[in-house]
Design a protein. Structure first.
Lengths: 250, 250
DNA sequence: AAGTGGTCTAGACCACTAG
DNA sequence: TAGTGGTCTAGACCACTTT
């Protein structure tokens, strides 16, 4: 080619990506619509395959498009669940035998799998947070509409919960928080730490995340009224599936 | 080459990325350390340039590495600010003439730039949230240690704040919330919506984000004691710079 | 001047999906 | 079977950083 590069404008792949992004954000291309593929872009812009791929990669990494092998690249959907940070953990929820999760999905079908319950030595940070060397861990994965949306690991001081239903698959009405209440240690205060980052391989697989999808990491510690930590819950959420809501007063 | 592909194992670029990731997460390669570059990987693994690039791109998109042109690819740093969702907005903060931001940075130097204050028609979602057609908007960018970490746009019902210091660059002691108090509309309740996504071009530039860095979107609405919405604040945070903390009771 | 990452070309073979 | 995206090779020129 040897076209004068002018070099002050963005590279070809960026200009192509910009054009497609504009059409997506303007609503001209909608959820689930098919984008022009590699071959189309090569022909339309007279570019090499790698350059066309690079343009599509921009949109994929922005989470605006999803590639489907053998089929095409498609505009991506975003239909989040609203997760209420405070309301969902009110005493009324678990005090009346309802699972916390019900507060989020409001009727939408959800399932839990990959349940694993083990007793093990606590990792340093968990040990520090719970002031315990041994912990019971409850690991699970949540799916809504058959789609995985969250990984969660709950840690409990082993000596405290040993022998309770917290170490069983079926924790009974109200779940683990109701059981902590039975033990005389009802959670009264929570603190949640929230951060976002890109997923790493095990998470990408377990949550079935396409490129360009960050995860939200929520680490929650539950305290009794006297300030004793009784649970640490580490969650990894598909960011495309969630909006977190927090309410508080001045 | 024509090596038997075996095809059941991951592609070359993935294996290389996996190896480097393991070394990073194990602490063998530390914050700021230089990774083997394209040329090194080409030589070590006898691969083409594009394949080496692809391997490094994996780590960059995971936010574990940052490329510096002309120099190399480096392991990435993560030194977040802890942002207290509730404490920072307590009445004591702005009631005593302190800027809210002080609650976050705790002495670390911060600056504000790109300040823009305009009156304009409200976008549909803001109009709905504030029940107002015209709004005053305060846009700004926050920098900590000379690094941009947050973009923020605050919206106020125009008729309410017209003529107050909220429409000026210097809002006076206690900031805009104290001024709302002066107007007889002190914020009493807040609701924050949090989500994460990959940044789009204007944000990438303004926050100077390297690849693989999601943003956290926080949309906060402030209400008076009587439930009247008086402010909508939309923030975009560099996810590598922040941990959000929320405290609440059962 | 040498080395680095950024962009791009022109091919190739593969696995997968769809009509 | 034809078309799609996924992986890979073997080159090239550029702008930038470092020495």
């Amino acid at each position: 080619m040897s076209e004068s590069p002018v070099s002050q404008e963005p590279p070809i792949y960026r200009r192509i990506a910009d054009g497609l992004r504009t059409r997506i954000l303007a609503g001209e291309l909608r959820d689930g619509d098919r984008l022009p593929g590699e071959n189309t872009l090569m022909a339309e812009h007279a570019i090499a395959r790698a350059t066309a791929r690079q343009a599509l990669a921009v949109l994929i990494n922005e989470g605006l498009a999803v590639p489907k092998r053998g089929s095409g690249v498609y505009v991506r959907l975003f239909k989040p669940i609203r997760r209420h940070g405070s309301r969902r953990l009110s005493r009324e929820q678990w005090g009346q035998g309802r699972a916390i999760w019900d507060a989020d999905t409001r009727g939408r079908p959800f399932t839990v799998d990959e349940v694993e319950i083990v007793r093990q030595p606590a990792a340093p940070d968990v040990a520090a947070a719970l002031d315990a060397d041994e912990v019971w861990v409850r690991r699970r994965r949540y799916l809504v509409d058959a789609r995985p949306v969250q990984l969660a690991s709950s840690y409990f001081p082993a000596e405290v919960v040993e022998g309770s239903a917290i170490t069983l698959h079926d924790t009974g009405p109200g779940g683990v928080y109701a059981r902590l209440g039975d033990l005389g240690l009802p959670p009264a205060h929570f603190t949640e730490e929230v951060r976002a980052r890109m997923p790493r391989p095990p998470e990408t697989d377990l949550l079935d995340l396409p490129g360009g999808t960050p995860v939200i990491e929520v680490s929650r510690t539950a305290f009794t009224a006297s300030g004793r930590p009784v649970e640490v819950n580490r969650m990894v959420l598909d960011s495309a599936a969630y909006i977190l809501q927090y309410d508080f007063d001045a």
